[in-house]
Design a protein around this ligand. Structure first.
Ligand code: ADP
Ligand code: ADP
Ligand code: ZN
Ligand code: ZN
Length: 837
């Protein structure tokens, strides 16, 4: 038989004519089997290439391979606007913002480490005899799931298998259903104001969850309803909260007219009223009404371990599975290798094999800086960066080959000291024969790339071209590069005048004292007023707890004159009236919110258009120019600019409205024209900067001022009609500040949680400029940050740590960046020292 000749393996993904979003019909070859970094300023088109083109095509083809039926369906909706993509492997994307996990997801389940621990406890544990409660020592019989003879009573029993130890199936605690939490009625919430009488509505659940006539029934039960609740006797109170479900005969006065009806009515005490409503709640709204009367407590039966009594039976080294999952990963890593030695000789090979299997994933997660997390930690309480790194570790575990991994800023939330570990994990993916395309702004991550592609030069319409590509060295020496000088270290972000140490507290301080919470110790911190403070530290050191769980709620309570949160002992912030968290969550839930509406520019424009003679002739008032409610809006899409196609078996597909072409207005809007003949729909299709030019000669002072602020925020490239939910996190964050830049901020504290996410060093300069404007207006600004550029530009740094979890939770150092750099105990300080050198 003739030898079949093999074609050479493809070495690159060929992309031709990519026009996704702002991409300018680009051709690019992406090497396979290498680490490819994509750089560029925010909005330049990095995600449009990585996710919108490569991942979209890679995942689509992967689906194509599944069935022709699916192919026809999906390709209608998800085909990227690109002429040709050849040799793209099946692709997986690890997103910047993974979805919110369910109640049964924990760090242990999502890393699959719990599977090993279940194996360890079911096969190697000493099992408890269900007849007499004695424990049978580990043995080959136990390990092979054979019947066990109880050493005490001599009867035979079977130990639970690994599946019986799973809290999301057979091993679930029956009381809490494997969630570890029970919800009970919070009696303290039932009568919020004891100075009211029952007739005045003292018993809150009767008002909102029950008919009004419960007051009458209570009266029949022997409770006085016309005196303040605080004057009731203990017996009366007991009836209100716990009284029996007796039937009472009452006279019911119908609301209208003077009709009376006699009826028998069963008494629902206040607690039962809530329980009944909870049992009957059908939807989120129903649950929300009940929620305020409920308290979440650790399940009394399983102690929060989520496990049934049987699943907590097997014991190793004095610990049950529940005890073992309370250990952090670091503790588990230290404990597991000792397990084989605790076993009888015949079991040691099996024990060693299981422990060896666990070692690799544990080590990987530690490398990614997650060693401080305990296995029982609910996934919903993990940060997005932590969740993405869990996904990454899992991807490596699956030992795929030939897959294209698209990573969207894996360095989010990662302390400089963990960047090495992250790169090690990426290398493992490559060693297995995969390809990795990674979008990131951290120069230490980008420097690791085999091949760099730089998109730009600007954002939006000013970006979308490839301005440099090649090895890191080649990009550094390329004439058009913007990231090059930051990669080579020739340039660093230094844009502000920092305050001198001696002037740091001239405007006073915000003082905060907290008690212990999670693994964070009692703290006393001072934040200089009118300065930029960075809160730093490795993952799990307590930054979020300090700033988001203590500082903000503490300040808000103090400002409102309310009780401080339980763990906050004292807050001192004289004259502070506002505590603002500016996060990167998307603005608006639907396409009706646009840059123009959110910034308030549209209001100015509507009024300006309504003043024009053409508008007056046609009787058009400002309201008519609203695309949400006005008479000029496009009737086909109702002013959303898009319509939904109902594609069977698939989520609806949105396409631009065929009648208005996405402009949101009907044709009559074109008849009213401003400033050199521009209609409102046309103006809304302009970028902020184009609109500034177009309006320059008009007298629209307010609109022009708002546009200037957007430009200062580095958002001049956004179109006015752009829907805000589609903006990137960083863009959303800056847009939220639009109304803040032009007012005095002496009474305000702003908090930013990792504002550099998605930002190129040049974007960081813009952001620092924005923060400086706030500070110039008197604001106190606090950022939670890992980005060394940002830290080096801060006036004051509060470094948490030194480690994560139990190894952290203290303030290691507080001072200027130089003082931090000189502090030997601060891990952050070491990296800041390099940055400041
Ligand atoms: P980067 O990843 O470099 O920040 P993106 O690829 O996300 O940039 O965005 C490039 C441009 O495409 C920006 O102008 C952005 O506003 C626009 N864009 C991004 N997503 C969408 C979308 N879903 N629809 C329309 N335009 C978009
Ligand atoms: P950072 O923001 O520095 O990463 P965090 O303040 O989020 O640190 O966490 C500090 C410690 O508190 C960590 O050990 C973390 O695991 C723990 N922790 C944080 N949130 C919770 C929570 N909701 N439940 C239990 N532990 C938590
Ligand atoms: Zn339970
Ligand atoms: Zn329309």
């Amino acid at each position: 038989m003739a030898q079949r000749e093999r074609r050479p393996q493809p070495t690159h993904i060929h992309v031709r004519g990519a026009r996704v979003h702002n991409l300018k019909n680009i051709d690019v070859d992406i090497p396979l089997g290498e680490l490819v970094g994509i750089a560029g300023v925010s909005g330049s088109g990095k995600s449009s290439l990585a996710l919108g083109t490569l991942y979209a095509e890679g995942s689509r083809r992967y689906l194509d391979a599944l069935s022709t039926y699916t192919r026809r369906r999906i390709s209608q909706s998800a085909r990227a606007t690109v002429d040709e993509v050849r040799h793209v492997p099946a692709a997986l994307a690890l997103r910047q913002r993974p979805g919110i996990p369910g109640v049964h997801s924990t760090f242990g389940t999502s890393t699959e480490l719990l599977n090993y621990l279940r194996l360890v406890f079911s096969r190697l544990g000493s099992h408890r005899c269900p007849h007499c409660g004695a424990h049978a020592a580990p043995s080959m019989a136990v390990a092979l799931m054979q019947p066990i003879t109880c050493p005490s009573c001599g009867r035979e029993f079977f130990g639970p298998g690994a599946e019986d130890l799973a809290f999301n199936s057979a091993g679930a605690c029956p009381t809490c259903g494997g969630t570890g939490i029970v919800r009970t009625v919070d009696e303290a919430s039932l009568v919020p104001d004891e100075s009211l009488s029952i007739d005045e509505g003292a018993v809150a659940p009767w008002n909102t969850l029950m008919w009004d006539l419960m007051k009458q029934v209570a009266r029949e039960m022997g409770v006085r309803t016309d005196v303040p609740f605080c004057e009731l006797t203990p017996q009366e109170r007991d009836i209100v909260f716990h009284g029996p479900a007796e039937k009472k005969h009452i006279l019911y006065h119908a609301k209208k007219g003077d009709n009376f009806a006699e009826l028998d009515f069963t008494y629902f005490n206040a607690v039962y009223t809530v329980e009944n409503a909870l049992a009957k709640a059908k939807d989120e709204k129903g649950l929300a009404r009940v929620a305020k009367f409920l308290r979440e407590d650790v399940c009394p039966d399983c102690g929060g371990t989520r496990l049934s009594a049987a699943a907590r039976g097997p014991v190793i080294d004095g610990m049950t599975l529940g005890d073992a999952t309370r250990m952090t990963l670091d503790e588990l890593a230290a404990w597991a290798p000792g397990v084989p030695a605790l076993m009888p000789e015949e079991l040691q090979p099996m024990a060693q094999a299981i422990v060896a299997e666990m070692a690799e994933p544990i080590c990987r997660l530690q490398q990614l800086g997650l060693g401080y997390l305990s296995l029982d930690r609910a996934s919903s309480t993990l940060s997005t960066g932590e969740r993405q790194r869990v996904q990454l570790a899992r991807a490596v575990r699956n030992r795929t080959n030939g897959v294209l991994y698209v990573l969207d800023e894996p360095s989010i939330g990662l302390h400089p000291s963990n960047v090495e570990g992250l790169l090690g994990v990426v290398d493992d993916l490559l060693d297995d024969g995969n390809s990795v395309v990674l979008v990131d702004h951290d120069v230490r991550v980008l420097r690791h790339a085999d091949h760099l592609i730089e998109i730009g030069p600007g954002s939006g319409a000013d970006g979308g071209s490839i301005i440099a590509q090649g090895t890191v060295k080649e990009v550094e020496s390329s004439p058009a590069t913007r990231i090059g000088p930051f990669l080579s270290g020739a340039r660093s972000v230094r844009v502000r005048e920092r305050a001198a140490a001696s002037d740091m507290f001239v405007h006073g301080a915000v003082r905060l004292e907290t008690g212990a919470i999670h693994t964070v110790r009692p703290l006393a911190v001072e934040i200089p007023r009118g300065r930029l403070t960075a809160v730093t530290g490795v993952s799990g050191s307590g930054k979020t707890t300090l700033v988001l769980e203590s500082l903000i709620p503490g300040l808000r309570a103090a400002i409102a004159g309310e009780q401080l949160p339980a763990h906050v002992r004292a807050v001192e912030a004289e004259g502070l009236r506002r505590a603002n968290l500016i996060d990167a969550t998307p603005i608006g839930a639907n396409v009706r919110s646009t840059v123009a509406t959110y910034s308030g520019v549209l209001d100015d424009l509507r009024r300006a258009y309504a003043k024009l003679p053409e508008a007056k002739e046609r009787g058009l008032k400002a309201g008519a120019f609203s695309y949400n409610t006005g008479s000029l809006r496009c009737p086909t899409c109702d002013g959303t600019g898009q319509i939904s196609l109902d594609v069977q078996f698939l989520p609806d597909v949105d396409i631009p409205c065929p009648d208005c072409g996405g402009s949101r207005y009907g044709s009559a809007a074109a008849e009213v024209r401003l400033a050199g003949d521009i209609s409102l729909p046309e103006l809304l299709s302009y970028t902020v900067d184009q609109a500034r030019d177009a309006l320059a000669e008009t007298g629209l002072r307010s609109a022009k001022a708002k546009l200037a602020v957007l430009s200062d925020l580095g958002l001049g490239y956004l179109t006015l009609g752009e829907a805000t939910p589609a903006l990137s996190g960083g863009e959303a964050q800056r847009l939220k500040l639009a109304s803040e830049l032009t007012r005095s901020q002496e009474d305000a504290l702003f908090v930013f949680d990792e504002p550099t996410i998605g930002l190129h060093p040049l974007d960081v300069e813009v952001l620092l400029g924005v923060l400086q404007r706030l500070i110039d207006n008197g604001a106190t600004v606090v950022v939670i940050e890992h980005d060394l550029d940002m830290i080096a530009n801060a006036d004051w740094v509060i470094d948490m740590g030194p480690g994560g979890g139990a190894a952290g939770g203290r303030v290691v150092a507080a001072g200027t960046p130089e003082e931090l750099a000189a502090c030997p105990e601060s891990i952050t300080g070491r990296y800041v020292a390099e940055e400041l050198h």
